[in-house]
Design a protein around this ligand. Structure first.
Ligand SMILES: *Cc1c(COP(=O)(O)O)cnc(C)c1O
Ligand code: SF4
Length: 325
């Protein structure tokens, strides 16, 4: 019997003391900030917290989720909308920046709050799609035959329940010019039980190509449960890719990056993008210099098979694609 993912969502850690008790961490040694947590609340699923080493102040997974004082510091060139997404919003819930593909933001909610997230400062409450707005977005895709691919993003689109996703997929199914449905989600990693049998049926029955791009930054994020759902997704004819963010203190060394690629491939996921950090306020302490990023990629390239090397990219407002660093 699978554990209900909705109940796991409700039971996520949102309180610093409770999380520190669970992780056997001394709350006073962590440089924690209640103010940072006020700006972007603490949120961690138990499934993710279970993979954090107890008592380890420097755990690479822990660093991704702890609200610390460094977030309150200002950094040059950082802003609330570093990639110009708010400007690129064509209509509520729809981003059309690149040729042939549109990005849908159906929900702003996530199962985990990643401190480095470039959307941490977004007015998400205003971006939630109601049914009427969702219909309008579908209409736009239907009317524009240059759109071959729709990308469900967020927030995390798999926060939507199976009925809502089934409805969306039904609508997409009716648009002949649409060839691919891509889902950008961290849930297979941070809440593997979200991959329900019903969801797998939706994917499997879809006549369009379905691509799931997971988001995983460190090999320790992949445990047996993650491996199992990745296998199930593969069996449902889903193409699996990964995107990660290059993060100081998390994966900014050759061994971590190589291990991540190897582990991903073991569970059937190909490395796709390694993102250079977007300069969102509150994330400056995660920054890796451009010089170091390029050196790291070079070392990874010298060690791994070509298909295990992610593309190191950065997003620039106004460009027609992601840019190589
Ligand atoms: C990143 C992104 C995409 C997808 O780009 P790919 O290079 O195809 O992965 C699409 N739309 C927007 C707005 C994006 O930010
Ligand atoms: S899951 Fe993705 S969208 Fe949600 S907080 Fe993490 S990086 Fe941001």
């Amino acid at each position: 019997m699978t554990r209900s993912w909705q109940i796991q969502m409700q039971n996520a850690f949102t309180d610093l003391q409770t999380l520190c008790d669970y992780l056997e961490l001394p709350i006073n040694d962590l440089n924690l900030s209640q103010n940072a947590a006020k700006q972007f609340p603490l949120r961690v699923s138990l499934a993710f917290a279970e993979r954090i080493e107890k008592g380890n102040l420097h755990d690479p997974l822990l660093r991704q989720i702890l609200p610390i004082h460094d977030e309150l510091q200002d950094y040059d060139g950082f802003s609330n909308d570093p990639v110009g997404d708010l400007n690129a919003l064509k209509q509520i819930g729809l981003l059309h920046k690149y040729h042939g593909r549109v990005l849908l933001i159906n929900t702003g909610a996530c199962a985990i709050h990643c401190r480095y997230c470039f959307r941490r400062n977004f007015p998400y409450a205003d971006l939630q799609l109601n049914k009427q707005q969702e219909n309008a977005v579908i209409q736009t895709i239907q009317n524009d035959s240059s759109i071959q691919e729709v990308i469900l993003s967020g927030g995390d689109p798999l926060i939507l329940n199976d009925d809502r996703l089934a409805r969306l997929f039904d609508e997409f199914e009716k648009i002949p010019t649409l060839k691919r449905i891509r889902i950008h989600t961290r849930l297979p990693i941070v809440l593997p039980d979200r991959i329900t049998d019903d969801l797998l049926v939706i994917f499997k029955n879809c006549s369009k190509k379905v691509i799931v791009v997971v988001h995983c930054n460190h090999a320790n994020e992949i445990d047996d449960d993650v491996a199992k759902v990745c296998q199930s997704l593969g069996l449902a004819n889903v193409t699996l890719l990964n995107q990660s963010v290059l993060l100081q203190g998390v994966n900014d060394n050759t061994a971590a990056l190589c291990n991540l690629s190897e582990k991903l491939f073991e569970v059937g996921v190909l490395p796709y993008y390694l993102h250079f950090l977007d300069k969102a306020n509150g994330t400056g302490h995660f920054q890796v210099s451009k010089k170091k990023a390029l050196a790291l990629l070079n070392e990874v390239q010298n060690r791994l098979s070509g298909y295990l090397v992610p593309k190191l990219v950065v997003e620039k407002a106004g460009e027609l694609s992601k840019q190589y660093l």
